[in-house]
Design a protein around this ligand. Structure first.
Ligand SMILES: N[C@@H](CCC(=O)N[C@@H](CS)C(=O)NCC(=O)O)C(=O)O
Length: 254
């Protein structure tokens, strides 16, 4: 039975897992699980109704970091994690920096680009996003500056899987990524863009985005969880979130 990846080419976390599968050259069936029709099946597999979910034979794994770890245990060939323990710890920390710090900023500022709404972002949101994005990029830059080029851990793996979709999305969503301030990040992103696995991912998502408006993906009610809520509250946009909840525009995981 082939591996099934319940995801969406719109989800950076699902793309992270797809990139891991692609780097390992594992065949899989991608299933768009964020359409209205697939909602019940997704909820059955993951009560939080979040993608990605990986089903491999009798095993179901949720959460992108757990899925990549599972793939490494089950299919060790073409390793996604560095062999050296200290490097592995550093790689996991950079994975978390993408998942828990960069993603929430990008997603929280992105709704006015793709969701079904005709208002403007709350005052100061974009500026707060740009400012915090730069703080995260500065942390990434200082990590990358001391490591090997172009691949900080010797070969593309978990860190590239976690960062690629996030970094690629930032400029189209209106963020400024200053290559003079973040030269190592810029060089790394260029290397990923030139790699066939990452280039194919970017192409997949670009063609998916052309179909999003006419698809049955939820674009009115926004899904809120974990770090994306935390960032919004930490930056003082709680009133806006409350208004979203009161207007029936917010959905939370079970
Ligand atoms: N911690 C989870 C986060 C997954 C997540 O946030 N998934 C989002 C898409 S990127 C989702 O499924 N949202 C539900 C929705 O948009 O309906 C992971 O790493 O897999």
């Amino acid at each position: 039975m082939p591996i099934k990846l319940y995801g969406s080419w719109f989800s950076t976390f699902a793309r992270k897992v797809a990139l891991g599968l692609d780097l390992k050259r594992l065949a899989y069936e991608p299933i768009d699980a964020l359409t209205r029709e697939s909602h019940d099946e997704l909820t059955r597999l993951n009560p939080r109704a979040e993608v990605p979910v990986l089903v491999d034979g009798g095993i179901t794994v949720v959460n992108s970091a757990d899925i990549l770890q599972y793939l490494e245990w089950r299919y060790p060939e073409r390793a996604l994690y560095p062999a050296d323990i200290a490097a592995r710890v550093a790689a996991r920390a950079l994975e978390r920096l993408a998942d828990q710090r960069f993603d929430p900023i990008v997603v929280d500022c992105s709704f006015w680009h793709w969701a079904d709404r005709d208002d403007q972002p709350p005052a100061g949101l974009r500026e707060a996003g740009q400012c915090d994005l730069e703080r995260v990029l500065a942390r990434l830059e200082s990590e990358l500056a001391t490591r090997a080029k172009p691949w900080p851990f010797g070969a593309p793996g978990v860190v590239e899987c976690a960062w690629f979709a996030n970094l690629v999305a930032a400029r189209p969503l209106g963020f400024n990524l200053d290559e003079t301030r973040f030269p190592s990040v810029d060089g790394w992103l260029r290397a990923m863009r030139a790699h066939p696995v990452f280039a194919a991912d970017a192409k997949r998502t670009a063609s998916f985005l052309k179909t999003l408006k006419d698809s049955s993906h939820e674009r009115r009610r926004l899904f809120w969880s974990g770090d994306r809520i935390e960032w919004l509250l930490a930056r003082g946009f709680h009133r806006w979130l409350v208004a979203e909840i009161e207007a029936g525009r917010a959905v939370f995981p079970d």
